[in-house]
Design a binder for this molecule. Structure first.
Ligand code: FAS
Ligand code: PHB
Length: 389
């Protein structure tokens, strides 16, 4: 098989890039290890920045997003009994949209056949070859047959555990990482949200987040030590912990119900450089991970893909080789600013096991400052809605 761009991974990054390239008439093939149902079964992000909404709009794939997405004009930071509302709309003129990553992926997946975007699901043993040449290729097994896919570029959209990042020689690689001493236990339930806007809470027992997927489906999180096992957390235990950590006002509005899904995800901050080596570009979690506190993971994948599509379109349609050369620096500039915001909000809203009274006093002082400063709230708001692309 031969194409112009081979994309590894059919998560949001891979599918979004595939659609953007096809919209420019650029040939591409997406190679995915799992089945489509498996990809849709992963419950992940919930908040979309305007970059992500705008890309879906540009592709004409925003009908469901506009019909079902919840436009949010603010969110809240809770610290015991205090609730600090960040008026993102009033402070930045922008909003965020609550619409699950699963739904974004479903919209992209459903539109692939009619838009001439081939997605090969169930491809195993994907390997990258000759990435430093102008003729890289993938090998993999698909439907029991050994396959080879020749391309001019390969884009690794294969997440944190995929093969693409590992294909870049250690001699040119630089990694930056912070692993957090806790994970997020998430629960999804068909119950109405306790609040019409998100609440991030820093309680003496730990972090909690009240989010949602719709007016009838809620998504909640509590942070737990990394030693915790999901089987030790009954639904009732999770609801009890949420009611304590979110505070009495929110607790009074929590509707309990059976979990549809519950899982524990570890938290890390991670950046891999370079995001391009030879004919291989990296997008999304293949190149970076953020703690979900800032709701940046999916949206960073979208901005990477925006830059990658620009670069590849410049190369194929304007014969602009410089466009490819400038991809990594452009993408990383936004990645690092999102990493900073996600790390800052994680530090502010979580109790770290090694923190002492001074660190807690700093959290209280920072929340006091945010509660009383328009400038501080504006800074948080402009990062939360997403910095310019
Ligand atoms: P993805 O990981 O989504 O997709 C990569 C794709 O590549 C997958 O489909 C995978 O099957 C495929 N792949 C992997 N190896 C392969 C191989 N060898 N061959 C072929 N295909 C291969 N972000 C938020 O903003 N908010 C959240 O609440 C949030 N919660 C998260 C919870 C968890 C457990 C995880 C892991 C992440 C969470 N994230 C969250 C971040 C998440 O949403 C990512 O940022 C987002 O999925 C990034 O999309 P992709 O880069 O496409 O990577
Ligand atoms: C979610 O709804 O899953 C969600 C929302 C905001 C975050 C993280 C996760 O910061």
């Amino acid at each position: 098989m031969k194409t112009q761009v081979a994309i590894v991974g059919a998560g949001p990054a891979g599918l979004l890039l595939g659609h953007l390239l096809r919209a420019e008439g650029i040939e591409c093939v997406v190679v995915e290890r799992q089945t489509g149902d498996y990809v849709l079964g992963r419950i992940r992000a919930g908040v979309l920045e305007s970059i992500t909404v705008n890309l879906m709009e540009r592709l004409g794939l925003d009908a469901r997003l506009k019909a079902e997405g919840l436009v949010e004009e603010g969110f809240n930071l809770a610290d015991g009994e205090r609730l600090i509302r960040i008026d993102v709309a009033g402070l930045t003129g922008q909003t965020v949209t609550v619409y699950g990553q699963t739904e974004v992926t479903r919209d992209l997946m459903d539109a692939a056949p009619e838009r001439g975007l081939p997605v090969l699901y169930g491809a195993s043993d994907v390997a990258l070859h000759d990435i430093e040449s102008d003729a890289p290729y993938l090998t993999f097994t698909h439907e029991g047959r050994a396959e080879r896919l020749d391309a001019r570029f390969i884009v690794g959209c294969d997440g944190f555990h995929g093969p693409s990042r590992k294909a870049i020689p250690a001699s040119v690689a630089r990694e930056y990482e912070r692993v957090y001493p806790f994970g997020w236990l998430g629960i999804l339930a068909d119950v109405p949200p306790c609040n019409h806007e998100l609440i991030y809470a820093n309680h003496e027992r730990g972090f909690a987040l009240a989010s949602m997927r719709s007016h009838t489906r809620s998504r909640y999180y509590v942070d737990v030590p990394l030693t915790e096992k999901i089987e030790d957390w009954s639904d009732e235990r999770i609801w009890d912990e949420l009611a304590i950590r979110l505070g009495p006002d929110a607790a009074a509005n929590i509707t309990r119900g059976p979990s549809i899904e519950k899982s524990i995800a570890p938290l890390r901050s991670y950046v891999f450089e370079p995001m391009r080596h030879g004919s291989l570009l990296l997008c999304g979690d293949a190149a970076h991970i953020v703690p979900p506190t800032g709701a940046k993971g999916l949206n960073l994948a979208a901005s990477d893909v925006h830059y990658a599509a620009q670069a590849l379109t410049g190369f194929f349609k304007a014969n602009d080789a410089d466009a490819i050369a400038s991809y990594a620096a452009k993408a990383l500039a936004r990645v690092w600013k999102s990493e900073r915001f996600s790390w800052t909000l994680t530090k502010l809203m979580h109790r770290f096991p090694d923190d002492g009274p001074f660190e807690r006093a700093m959290q209280v002082a920072e929340l006091d400052y945010i509660a009383t400063s328009r400038a501080a709230q504006t800074s948080i708001a402009e990062n939360y809605v997403g910095l310019p692309v």
